[in-house]
Design a protein around this ligand. Structure first.
Ligand SMILES: Cc1cc2nc3c(=O)[nH]c(=O)nc-3n(C[C@H](O)[C@H](O)[C@H](O)COP(=O)(O)OP(=O)(O)OC[C@H]3O[C@@H](n4cnc5c(N)ncnc54)[C@H](O)[C@@H]3O)c2cc1C
Length: 354
């Protein structure tokens, strides 16, 4: 088969690489000076699921856990006691995936694809992996995600523990992160509205606490993150959607590399939609429910929930996985004491949810 993949982001490259085993594949990338917008945190287990052997220079740091910080500064440290996630250089990661695809016979074409080009492409299958640029989808009259978060991130020198990422629950509907890299930290957050004022406020707070070593901001990036919609149709016969184009993103964390990559493993399959849903549909839906639940909780209830998680953190430390929400939830709710305490808290949560 002749297959065209539109968009050479990580998901387009993974799709093209997989397809090139049995097909002639052209990978179209618009000629732009690409600036990657990403915190670059991916699970170690996820890279394993994608069969990626990352070269050393891509991995800027390895972390073994997360410190959750409530709106009242209570801290819960979840220590996985082994490497759980990689902090990657996204530019190098994307280049690595592109080279891998080209080495496997994929033809890279530097061209922006328009609606008319789609009609003229001599392809049996067209994979749309154009990320959060939804123009092409809209022009073709096929659906695209409707709900978004906006992310903002500064790269700065921050005093932090190299082994842990920090998640501060100090933004409405999401959290702020501090991700340690080799020399710097990525300080960012997502929000439904303009994230910059929240980020500025967070940075000022870190400064007040003496954690910012230098005022210099090495890099700034901003980008949108689609919120997963379980109803989205991704298979239009000849045309398939994958990655951010399809909203294959974990709503509770904003991570889309591993989930999009897993979906990209199925683009060669005749039952694409069925296959990706079977593999990650339930997880994406659970992440969506967690996002919806957390984004409605008041500061008091976030604090209440983190205190409870703190009591049972050994469960997350043993079973935790950044991508597989069901594993974390099942492990927690299998513990009768946790379950009872969670149920006793429900009336408090309900006040926020109603
Ligand atoms: C602030 C921020 C932080 C994030 N942090 C993380 C994180 O820590 N971990 C994680 O897993 N995910 C993270 N994400 C999400 C992650 O960046 C995306 O899920 C991922 O980039 C999706 O890859 P993609 O290939 O689908 O899209 P993209 O990476 O956007 O690639 C799409 C490509 O298509 C090209 N293109 C678009 N239109 C056309 C066209 N018409 N013709 C030709 N080419 C076209 C674009 O130029 C681009 O190169 C973050 C996102 C943001 C905004």
């Amino acid at each position: 088969m002749n297959v065209s993949v539109i968009g050479a982001g990580p998901i387009g490259c993974i799709a093209a690489y997989n397809l090139s085993r049995h097909n002639d594949v052209s990978l179209f990338q618009e000629p732009i000076d690409r600036k990657v917008r990403c915190a670059g945190l991916i699970s170690k287990s996820g890279t394993g699921r994608l069969g990626l052997r990352l070269r050393k220079s891509i991995i800027k740091n390895k972390v073994r856990g997360a410190i959750l910080i409530s709106p009242y500064n209570e801290r819960v440290e979840i220590d996985g006691r082994e490497i759980k996630a990689y902090v990657i250089d996204r530019n190098e990661f994307d280049e690595f995936l592109l080279e891998r695809a080209i080495d496997n016979g994929v033809e890279l074409v530097e061209r922006r694809i328009s609606k008319n080009d789609i009609k003229n492409l001599n392809s049996d299958r067209i994979i749309i992996a154009t990320g959060t640029n939804y123009n092409l989808q809209k022009k073709l009259g096929i659906n695209s995600p409707r709900e978004f978060l906006v992310g903002a991130q500064y790269v700065m020198k921050v005093d932090c523990d190299d082994d842990f990422v920090e998640l501060h629950f100090n933004v409405p509907g999401f959290f702020s992160w501090i991700i340690p890299t080799d020399d710097y930290a990525r300080v960012g957050l997502c929000s439904k509205r303009n994230p910059t004022p929240y980020l500025e406020k967070f940075v000022r707070e870190l400064k007040r606490n003496g954690r910012i070593k230098s005022d210099r901001i090495i890099d700034r990036n901003f980008g949108i993150i689609p919120i997963y919609n379980p109803k989205i149709r991704t298979d239009y016969g000849k045309i398939l959607l994958v990655g951010d184009s399809a909203g294959h993103v974990k709503a509770s964390t904003g991570g889309g590399i591993i989930t999009g990559g897993i979906a990209a493993n199925f683009v060669g399959d005749i039952e694409y939609e069925y296959k990706w849903r079977k593999e990650i549909g339930r997880e994406l839906f659970l992440h969506l429910l967690i996002h919806r639940f957390l984004s409605r909780l008041s500061a008091k209830n976030i604090s209440r929930l983190l205190t409870l998680l703190g009591e049972y953190k050994h469960i997350l430390e043993k079973n935790g996985d950044m991508d597989i929400a069901s594993r974390n939830m099942t492990a927690l709710f299998k513990n009768p004491k946790f379950m009872v305490k969670f149920i006793l808290n429900l009336p408090f949560y309900a006040l926020d949810l109603l």
